[in-house]
Design a protein around this ligand. Sequence first.
Ligand code: IDP
Ligand code: MG
Length: 145
Amino acid sequence: MVELSLVMVKPHAFDSKKLGIIVSMLEQNDFKIVGLKSIKLTTEMARRFYFVHEGKEFFERLIKYMSSDTIAAICVQKDNCVADLRKLVGATDPTKAKVGTIRRTVGETVEANGVHASDCIENAKKEIRFFFSDLELFSFQYLDY
Ligand code: IDP
Ligand code: MG
């Protein structure tokens, strides 16, 4: 089934010019880029995006980090997109991510692990809506709400 998912290029990866490598890896693995923008998150936006982690030990550091500099939001489309993207992105800790995954390639630490990827279809829809309007996505019909 055709699905959409959301990739976020984290601040250190964007700042160290890894956007191109990340987009290349996505395209080489059959993900179609259907929306792309770069913005700087406010702390309030970062809190909203990561609200499921509120209360965890790393939450405040994560919010500070994610709102510290420019990020890129990328909406991708593919069959089985959400699960395939998580596979291509790899484990949260880049040192544990398999060779050939995005996090193993561009990640530095657990926090600065290069990219975020949606973890399920429902969250993908919410996260895409967080960043993009219909007009900014040429495949918005797959969001079905
Ligand atoms: P995920 O990004 O692989 O889905 P989550 O558990 O959803 O991993 O955590 C969200 C983000 O929070 C991670 O990508 C990572 O940057 C950060 N994070 C998760 N666990 C830790 C930790 O133990 N220490 C520091 N940062 C963490
Ligand atoms: Mg997650």
